[in-house]
Design a protein. Structure first.
Ligand code: HEM
Length: 196
Protein backbone atom coordinates (compact mmCIF):
# COMPACT_ATOMS: atom_id res chain seq x y z
CA UNK A 1 0.00 0.00 0.00
CA UNK A 2 2.67 2.52 1.02
CA UNK A 3 4.84 1.35 -1.86
CA UNK A 4 2.07 2.36 -4.32
CA UNK A 5 2.69 6.01 -3.41
CA UNK A 6 6.34 5.68 -4.32
CA UNK A 7 5.98 3.46 -7.38
CA UNK A 8 4.71 5.40 -10.34
CA UNK A 9 5.56 8.73 -8.74
CA UNK A 10 8.38 10.98 -9.80
CA UNK A 11 10.47 9.14 -7.19
CA UNK A 12 10.23 5.72 -8.84
CA UNK A 13 13.80 4.36 -9.14
CA UNK A 14 15.11 7.68 -8.01
CA UNK A 15 18.11 7.39 -5.77
CA UNK A 16 18.72 11.12 -6.19
CA UNK A 17 15.67 12.20 -4.15
CA UNK A 18 17.79 13.35 -1.18
CA UNK A 19 20.01 15.39 -3.54
CA UNK A 20 16.92 16.88 -5.18
CA UNK A 21 15.64 17.95 -1.75
CA UNK A 22 19.01 19.59 -0.96
CA UNK A 23 18.91 21.47 -4.28
CA UNK A 24 15.37 22.67 -3.50
CA UNK A 25 16.38 23.82 -0.02
CA UNK A 26 19.29 25.86 -1.40
CA UNK A 27 17.04 27.33 -4.09
CA UNK A 28 14.48 28.31 -1.44
CA UNK A 29 16.84 29.61 1.26
CA UNK A 30 19.94 31.04 -0.46
CA UNK A 31 20.10 34.83 -0.69
CA UNK A 32 18.85 36.02 -4.06
CA UNK A 33 21.49 36.42 -6.74
CA UNK A 34 24.03 34.26 -4.93
CA UNK A 35 25.87 31.81 -7.16
CA UNK A 36 24.39 28.40 -6.42
CA UNK A 37 26.95 25.61 -6.88
CA UNK A 38 24.32 22.94 -6.18
CA UNK A 39 22.23 24.18 -9.13
CA UNK A 40 25.38 24.16 -11.24
CA UNK A 41 26.09 20.61 -10.14
CA UNK A 42 22.52 19.66 -11.03
CA UNK A 43 23.00 21.05 -14.51
CA UNK A 44 26.40 19.42 -15.03
CA UNK A 45 25.58 16.06 -13.39
CA UNK A 46 21.80 15.52 -13.63
CA UNK A 47 22.39 11.81 -12.87
CA UNK A 48 23.15 12.77 -9.24
CA UNK A 49 19.64 14.19 -8.84
CA UNK A 50 17.58 11.66 -10.80
CA UNK A 51 19.17 8.27 -11.14
CA UNK A 52 18.24 4.60 -11.32
CA UNK A 53 21.37 3.60 -9.40
CA UNK A 54 22.69 4.16 -5.89
CA UNK A 55 25.16 6.98 -5.12
CA UNK A 56 27.97 6.76 -2.61
CA UNK A 57 27.60 8.61 0.69
CA UNK A 58 30.70 10.64 -0.28
CA UNK A 59 28.73 12.26 -3.13
CA UNK A 60 25.85 13.09 -0.78
CA UNK A 61 28.30 14.59 1.72
CA UNK A 62 29.94 16.61 -1.06
CA UNK A 63 26.55 18.02 -2.14
CA UNK A 64 25.65 18.76 1.52
CA UNK A 65 28.93 20.53 2.11
CA UNK A 66 28.43 22.60 -1.06
CA UNK A 67 24.90 23.50 0.09
CA UNK A 68 26.08 24.38 3.63
CA UNK A 69 28.72 26.73 2.20
CA UNK A 70 26.17 28.39 -0.08
CA UNK A 71 23.80 28.98 2.83
CA UNK A 72 26.67 30.14 5.08
CA UNK A 73 26.01 27.43 7.68
CA UNK A 74 28.37 25.10 9.55
CA UNK A 75 27.75 21.49 8.48
CA UNK A 76 26.04 20.51 11.75
CA UNK A 77 23.59 23.42 11.55
CA UNK A 78 22.97 22.64 7.88
CA UNK A 79 22.07 19.04 8.75
CA UNK A 80 19.57 20.22 11.41
CA UNK A 81 17.97 22.65 8.95
CA UNK A 82 17.96 20.02 6.20
CA UNK A 83 16.16 17.59 8.54
CA UNK A 84 13.46 20.23 9.16
CA UNK A 85 13.28 20.95 5.43
CA UNK A 86 13.00 17.23 4.55
CA UNK A 87 9.77 16.94 6.54
CA UNK A 88 8.24 19.85 4.58
CA UNK A 89 9.65 18.44 1.30
CA UNK A 90 8.21 14.96 1.97
CA UNK A 91 4.84 16.41 3.00
CA UNK A 92 4.30 18.13 -0.32
CA UNK A 93 4.06 16.30 -3.62
CA UNK A 94 3.68 12.54 -4.09
CA UNK A 95 5.42 11.60 -0.82
CA UNK A 96 2.77 13.46 1.19
CA UNK A 97 0.40 10.48 1.00
CA UNK A 98 3.14 8.23 2.43
CA UNK A 99 3.74 10.67 5.29
CA UNK A 100 -0.01 10.80 6.04
CA UNK A 101 -0.20 7.05 6.44
CA UNK A 102 2.55 6.85 9.07
CA UNK A 103 0.34 8.10 11.91
CA UNK A 104 -1.81 10.90 13.27
CA UNK A 105 0.25 11.77 16.37
CA UNK A 106 3.99 12.02 16.90
CA UNK A 107 4.08 8.79 18.96
CA UNK A 108 2.12 6.91 16.29
CA UNK A 109 4.31 8.41 13.59
CA UNK A 110 7.50 7.15 15.26
CA UNK A 111 5.99 3.67 15.47
CA UNK A 112 4.95 3.87 11.78
CA UNK A 113 8.22 5.30 10.49
CA UNK A 114 9.81 1.96 9.64
CA UNK A 115 6.83 1.22 7.38
CA UNK A 116 7.75 4.28 5.29
CA UNK A 117 11.28 2.99 4.86
CA UNK A 118 10.09 -0.57 4.15
CA UNK A 119 8.12 0.91 1.24
CA UNK A 120 11.17 2.92 0.19
CA UNK A 121 13.26 -0.25 0.18
CA UNK A 122 10.79 -1.90 -2.21
CA UNK A 123 11.21 1.00 -4.62
CA UNK A 124 14.96 1.50 -4.01
CA UNK A 125 16.37 -1.94 -3.09
CA UNK A 126 19.98 -0.80 -2.51
CA UNK A 127 19.05 1.97 -0.07
CA UNK A 128 20.57 1.71 3.43
CA UNK A 129 17.64 2.68 5.59
CA UNK A 130 17.50 3.47 9.31
CA UNK A 131 15.15 1.95 11.87
CA UNK A 132 13.30 3.74 14.66
CA UNK A 133 11.71 2.35 17.82
CA UNK A 134 9.52 4.14 20.33
CA UNK A 135 11.07 3.41 23.74
CA UNK A 136 8.87 5.51 26.08
CA UNK A 137 5.85 7.71 25.56
CA UNK A 138 3.94 10.02 27.89
CA UNK A 139 1.85 13.15 27.32
CA UNK A 140 4.93 15.34 27.76
CA UNK A 141 7.87 13.22 26.66
CA UNK A 142 8.84 10.65 24.02
CA UNK A 143 12.05 8.64 23.85
CA UNK A 144 12.96 6.85 20.63
CA UNK A 145 15.85 4.75 19.38
CA UNK A 146 17.53 5.45 16.03
CA UNK A 147 19.37 2.49 14.53
CA UNK A 148 21.53 3.14 11.49
CA UNK A 149 24.44 1.62 9.63
CA UNK A 150 25.77 5.16 9.14
CA UNK A 151 27.43 7.45 11.65
CA UNK A 152 27.38 11.22 12.06
CA UNK A 153 23.76 11.85 11.02
CA UNK A 154 22.50 12.69 14.53
CA UNK A 155 22.07 16.43 13.76
CA UNK A 156 19.95 15.43 10.72
CA UNK A 157 17.79 13.23 12.99
CA UNK A 158 17.39 16.15 15.45
CA UNK A 159 16.28 18.39 12.58
CA UNK A 160 13.84 15.75 11.29
CA UNK A 161 12.15 15.54 14.69
CA UNK A 162 12.12 19.33 15.09
CA UNK A 163 10.30 19.32 11.73
CA UNK A 164 7.90 16.67 13.01
CA UNK A 165 7.19 18.71 16.18
CA UNK A 166 6.12 21.60 13.93
CA UNK A 167 4.15 19.24 11.66
CA UNK A 168 2.14 17.98 14.62
CA UNK A 169 1.63 21.50 16.01
CA UNK A 170 3.83 21.16 19.09
CA UNK A 171 6.40 23.35 20.75
CA UNK A 172 9.21 21.29 22.16
CA UNK A 173 12.82 20.21 22.05
CA UNK A 174 14.76 17.26 20.70
CA UNK A 175 18.01 16.12 22.29
CA UNK A 176 20.24 13.10 22.30
CA UNK A 177 20.09 10.85 25.34
CA UNK A 178 23.58 10.20 26.66
CA UNK A 179 24.07 6.51 27.33
CA UNK A 180 26.77 3.87 27.02
CA UNK A 181 27.97 3.38 23.42
CA UNK A 182 25.51 1.06 21.77
CA UNK A 183 24.27 0.19 18.30
CA UNK A 184 21.19 2.28 19.09
CA UNK A 185 21.21 6.05 19.56
CA UNK A 186 18.39 7.38 21.72
CA UNK A 187 16.72 10.78 21.49
CA UNK A 188 14.31 12.49 23.88
CA UNK A 189 11.51 14.71 22.57
CA UNK A 190 10.00 17.06 25.15
CA UNK A 191 6.50 18.16 24.21
CA UNK A 192 6.05 21.53 25.87
CA UNK A 193 2.59 22.45 24.75
CA UNK A 194 0.43 22.16 21.70
CA UNK A 195 0.35 25.17 19.37
CA UNK A 196 -3.19 24.30 18.27
C1 HEM B 1 8.00 9.70 2.44
C2 HEM B 1 8.93 9.94 3.31
C3 HEM B 1 10.33 9.39 3.27
C4 HEM B 1 11.05 8.83 2.26
C5 HEM B 1 10.61 8.60 0.84
C6 HEM B 1 12.36 8.51 2.78
C7 HEM B 1 13.40 7.97 2.05
C8 HEM B 1 14.70 7.84 2.46
C9 HEM B 1 15.83 7.51 1.61
C10 HEM B 1 15.76 7.21 0.12
C11 HEM B 1 16.93 7.53 2.38
C12 HEM B 1 18.39 7.31 1.93
C13 HEM B 1 18.75 5.87 1.81
C14 HEM B 1 20.12 5.67 1.19
O1 HEM B 1 20.67 6.60 0.59
O2 HEM B 1 20.66 4.57 1.29
C15 HEM B 1 16.50 7.86 3.72
C16 HEM B 1 17.35 7.99 4.78
C17 HEM B 1 16.97 8.40 6.02
N1 HEM B 1 15.68 8.65 6.45
FE1 HEM B 1 14.02 8.58 5.33
N2 HEM B 1 12.41 8.83 4.10
C18 HEM B 1 11.21 9.40 4.43
C19 HEM B 1 10.84 9.90 5.64
C20 HEM B 1 11.65 9.92 6.74
C21 HEM B 1 11.25 10.44 8.04
C22 HEM B 1 9.88 11.05 8.34
C23 HEM B 1 12.33 10.28 8.86
C24 HEM B 1 12.48 10.62 10.32
C25 HEM B 1 11.72 11.41 10.99
C26 HEM B 1 13.41 9.68 8.07
C27 HEM B 1 14.67 9.40 8.55
C28 HEM B 1 15.74 9.05 7.75
C29 HEM B 1 17.13 9.04 8.20
C30 HEM B 1 17.65 9.43 9.59
C31 HEM B 1 17.91 8.64 7.11
C32 HEM B 1 19.43 8.53 7.05
C33 HEM B 1 19.90 7.14 6.78
C34 HEM B 1 20.67 6.46 7.89
O3 HEM B 1 20.57 6.84 9.07
O4 HEM B 1 21.37 5.49 7.56
N3 HEM B 1 12.95 9.47 6.81
N4 HEM B 1 15.12 8.03 3.75
Amino acid sequence: MLADCIYGSEFDSMYGMIHKAIAEMVYEQAPEGLLDPVAEMKEGRPDLFFSPSMHSDEITLEIMSCAATTLGLPMEEFMIRFGEFWIRFADRGPLGAVMQMAGGSLAEFISGLDQIHVAVREALPSALLPKFRLVEASATELVFAYISQRTGLEPFVCGLFQGLLLRFGHDGTVSRVLREPDHEIWFRVILERSKC
